[in-house]
Write a protein that binds this ligand. Structure first.
Ligand code: 9MR
Length: 379
């Protein structure tokens, strides 16, 4: 039987007593510095400084940033050979000036990839050689530009179906099932120091987790340079069960790879079709107000549930901090979160750690205190 670690005991006292941190001055990234990095995603508008206070807040609270969208293929290379580096350049300059690590997102994904990648000059399906040369050019151009300046890349994103089988994406159809290994090889050649991750959602599901384990075993058998597994973490108050998250972290850790929590957010809203939970962006349901119950504010009881879910998850991440190297929130504040628009547009959700005015939620100080207490057991 596992011993109950001190931070779990502290967590239960926090939850029952509602105690606040004594060291109010600390920030998330300082508090977690002995355990793992604390990251956030940044939108294009936030990178451009259009949201008052956000860049200031990010440099206090976070020590890793991921581009929410501006490094995706359709934005960074919308037309073959024409690159839009301005927004990525700006994010990296900001990060470097503030001692923040940069995470590249994403080299290859079946979404947000322009059609031209898969078509020849006659508009017909492009040959394997042509698609491969475009992939190579893309990776070399983007990773080459930022060589040595990116801590890690989500190299391949969401290549698996929910049952753990390989998604029959355009990439798969064009390049065959070796394409994942190819991306890791090309990426490693382009920037040998960058950590490379396989990133996906719903990895708490045993079948999908099994698909990742199979993929990792195949990559390792061929000495493919994969560094870690990115568990996205698009969760809700009702799911997943903590045990399922823990089982996936342990299974990934046992492969010898590192684990990164890459896109954490916890929706406070009811999910219309529970079998479709996850982050499949092709889902687009019609807005129904019954699924938007907190447009005027989050009731205290629900906000308390959100606090507890975050605390339980971080307690789990702390317990596995030998493998968990980073926890990245998928956004800074509730104003700028994809959750307001998925799986239906126009809802008011509360999934992040800072509210719509960039004010810390109650949970922030509690998370800080949780880390400070875990420090004491780590010394
Ligand atoms: O948060 C992102 C949203 O702004 C974009 O419209 C969407 C499509 O590019 O992608 C969202 O981020 C996704 C991430 O890139 C991959 N995992 C799922 C994320 C949420 O959909």
């Amino acid at each position: 039987m596992k011993a109950i670690p001190f931070c779990a005991l502290l967590l239960s006292s926090l939850l029952t007593s509602g105690l606040y941190a004594q060291e109010q001055n600390s920030s998330l990234q300082q508090a977690y510095s002995k355990h793992f990095m604390i990251g956030t995603a940044l939108s294009a508008g936030q990178i451009q400084g259009k949201e008052p206070g956000t860049l200031e807040l990010v440099k206090q609270q976070f020590n890793a940033v991921t581009a929410e969208n501006v490094m995706k293929w359709e934005i960074i290379e919308p037309v073959e050979g024409q690159f839009n580096f301005a927004a990525a350049d700006a994010m990296i300059a900001y990060a470097e000036a503030n001692n923040i690590k940069v995470i590249g997102h994403v080299l290859l994904w079946h979404e947000q990839t322009p059609d031209w990648v898969f078509l020849d000059d006659k508009g017909q399906t492009a040959s394997k050689e042509l698609v491969l040369s475009r992939l190579k050019n893309h990776i070399n151009a983007v990773m080459g530009r930022y060589k040595g300046r990116i801590h890690g890349w989500d190299a391949v994103n969401e290549a698996l179906n929910e049952d753990g089988t390989l998604r029959q994406s355009k990439w798969y159809k064009a390049l065959g099932e070796d394409y994942i290994a190819t991306v890791f090889e090309l990426a490693h050649q382009a920037d040998p120091k960058a950590q490379l991750y396989y990133n996906d959602f719903n990895l708490f599901k045993p079948e999908k987790r099994g698909g990742v384990l199979k993929l990792v075993a195949a990559l390792k058998a061929k000495n493919v340079p994969i560094y870690g597994i990115g568990e996205q973490g698009h969760y809700s108050l009702d799911y997943p069960k903590l045990q399922d998250v823990e089982d996936s972290i342990v299974a990934f850790k046992n492969t010898g790879l590192k684990v990164v929590i890459t896109e954490l957010d916890i929706s406070a809203l009811p999910f219309p079709e529970p079998e479709k939970i996850g982050a499949d962006i092709s889902l687009n349901m019609k807005l129904k107000q019954e699924f938007n119950p907190y447009a005027d504010g989050l009731p205290k009881a629900v906000s308390d549930q959100l606090t507890q879910k975050y605390l339980h998850l971080f307690e789990l991440f702390l317990r596995h901090s030998d493998a968990v190297e980073r926890v990245t929130l998928w956004g800074v504040n509730d104003n700028q979160t994809w959750r307001n628009n998925w799986p239906m547009k126009g809802r008011t959700d509360y999934p992040l750690l800072f509210d719509r005015k960039n004010q810390p939620k109650e949970v922030v100080q509690q998370l800080i205190q949780l880390a400070q207490s875990a420090d004491k057991t780590k010394k």
